[in-house]
Design a protein around this ligand. Structure first.
Ligand code: HEM
Length: 518
């Protein structure tokens, strides 16, 4: 597998080297070396053993009892950042599995023995203490043959809720997209570096690299339905990804309390919460690839702005201007409140990378200022141009420096890269529509999926095949998408809790609207 290399000279516009942000030009936000499969100190064997026991098919094993019997462990014996990632993944998996259970009513109290270390490990990583895209995708894989690279044939997941090959496919296709993002990091770095050095051919060539990579993303997205059935996704995988907010229909009244952590209700809480019976119930979104940093990164690189949806805007007064300090910060325009909120479900290092890159990125500004003869901006685009003109840095040549032909080439390269991102959003939209609307509304099929692959995995990674009792939950098992749920096919919610179609439709339109001169 290639090791992480990056050109620090290219990235000198950032205050820190890429590695400090846990980002690489090879594998983007995925660690370039595979995640740990086990914590090294035997002190943590109660966690590793529970993960292992939950993965074997012992009908007498009760996961919730196993959790309640865990000792309260300290984090003092974790020795590296990778160990914190492993500890986070274990505890995230435990928490979702504990709250949602299997054929049980949801639990709204996380026991102290997992709540306390989970909050501490999450605080260290700077990520919300709930199951996220980082746990499911970034840190949940291993190479079957360590001599070979990252490829669908050479990968497996470390853990799985349903132990179906559908879930494995879902995680691994997502992983491959994230991994392909290494090239997006590389070409965006090159494009910005070239723009800062007024190297027009360099900008054009790097934008071409971005376009080619986004096309790869779309191709990979279309692989999702090959081995992840809409039925298994909807009825089995999706309920396990649910979070603790906007999900009252599941039987979870509103939030989960983290015993031993939230001792008293506080108005300065760093999370959305409600108080009931003297306890604080935290509200966290469910896991969603909207928590992936790579698409937020490319939005920033290309200068695409997203705004509050009509629904968010309407709710804004009550929800975002409520007494919660936490909610205030997402309403700052421009920025879609939900996407901004999703940054709290990324690690602090990844979030900081987005923030620092955003401050330093001038790609759109460079294109704008150097193509105005051919793009002829008007309306909003003209106002944007004026704001750039007032702020021309020495490194950006004034208008008129480049021939019409050069300007057209630059404009074309930029618009193609925008279109390639729009095409990815189109691909995502058409694929996911089937997952959230195209499922079979009849009773879930019994004990079957398209999976026949047996697990080859180690602790926290042993999977039942699809005939297992929890391969296909009944609708009422978690209530997420249950028969009496308020959710209908017309307003299906994503696992992150959005009104998926209108939200994703808006993002597609905003992407398209970013094209210049057309
Ligand atoms: C079966 C597979 C998938 C389904 C059903 C799905 C569904 C959704 C839904 C419903 C949303 C809206 C937010 C929410 O409420 O969760 C969303 C957002 C998003 N998804 Fe997916 N998704 C899938 C796979 C992927 C993959 C593989 C990626 C690759 C990175 C991805 C990237 C995103 C991004 C970046 C967003 C935020 C919106 C945007 O920036 O365009 N999704 N997805």
């Amino acid at each position: 597998m290639p090791t992480a290399t990056h050109n620090n000279d290219v990235w000198s516009f950032l205050p820190q080297p890429l590695s400090e942000y846990d980002v690489s030009e090879v594998s983007a936000f995925i660690p370039p070396e595979p995640p740990l499969t086990k914590l090294s100190d035997p002190y943590y064997s109660p966690w590793e053993d529970l993960a292992y026991n939950s993965s074997i098919q012992d009908p007498n094993f009760s996961f919730r009892d196993g959790i309640r019997k865990l000792p309260l462990l300290s984090l003092d014996r974790l020795t590296s950042y990778k160990e914190f990632q492993r500890a986070y993944s274990l505890l995230a998996y435990f928490s979702n599995k504990y709250v949602w259970g299997v054929h049980e009513q949801p639990e709204d109290e996380l026991p102290t023995c997992i709540a306390v270390p989970f909050c501490k490990v999450s605080e260290y990583l700077g990520i919300n203490p709930i199951h996220t895209n980082s746990a499911i995708v970034l840190w949940n894989w291993k190479l079957l043959n360590p001599e070979l690279g990252i490829d669908l044939d050479n990968l497996d997941t470390l853990y799985s809720f349903t132990r179906t090959s559908d879930e494995t496919w879902f995680c691994l296709v997502s992983l491959l997209i994230e991994y392909a993002g290494g090239d997006l990091i590389k070409y965006s770095g090159l494009a910005n570096h070239a723009a800062l050095n007024n190297d027009l051919p360099g900008v054009i060539s790097a934008l071409g690299g971005i376009t080619a990579t986004m096309k790869k993303f779309s191709k990979l997205m279309f692989k999702m339905p090959e081995k992840c059935s809409t039925h298994v996704f909807y009825w089995s995988i999706r309920p396990n990804l649910a979070g603790w907010e906007s999900i009252e229909s599941s039987g979870l009244k509103g939030g989960v309390t983290y015993l031993g952590v939230d001792t008293e209700p506080g108005s300065n809480a760093q999370y959305e919460s409600v108080s009931r019976d003297g306890k604080v119930y935290r509200k966290y979104s469910g896991a969603s690839a909207a928590q992936s940093s790579i698409i937020q990164f490319i939005d920033i690189a290309l200068g695409i702005k997203h705004y509050a949806t009509q629904e968010e805007f309407a709710q804004g007064i009550s929800k975002y201007n409520s007494s919660s300090n936490q909610s205030q910060k997402y309403i700052q325009p421009p920025g879609n409140p939900y996407l901004l909120k999703m940054r709290d479900y990324m690690t602090m290092k990844h979030r900081q990378f987005l923030l620092d890159f955003e401050k330093a990125c001038i790609i759109r500004k460079y294109v704008f200022l150097n193509t105005q003869d051919v793009s002829r901006p008007s309306g909003d685009a003209f106002s944007e141009l004026l704001s750039y003109r007032e702020d021309i840095s020495d490194s950006i040549k004034p208008t008129g420096s480049f021939s019409t032909k050069e300007q057209l080439e630059l404009l074309d390269a930029y618009n193609r890269s925008i279109s390639s991102l729009k095409s990815f959003r189109d691909a995502h939209f058409s694929v996911i529509k089937n997952y959230i609307f195209g499922y079979d509304t009849d009773k879930p099929r019994d004990k079957s999926s398209n999976s026949d692959k047996k697990s080859t995995q180690m602790p926290l990674d042993q999977k039942e095949d699809s005939g297992s009792e929890n391969a296909t939950k009944k609708p009422t098992d978690s209530g997420y998408g249950s028969e009496d749920s308020a959710e209908t096919k017309e307003n299906a919610l994503g696992t992150g809790g959005t009104d998926a179609l209108s939200f994703l439709g808006q993002l597609k339109n905003e992407t398209k609207a970013t094209r210049l001169g057309s």
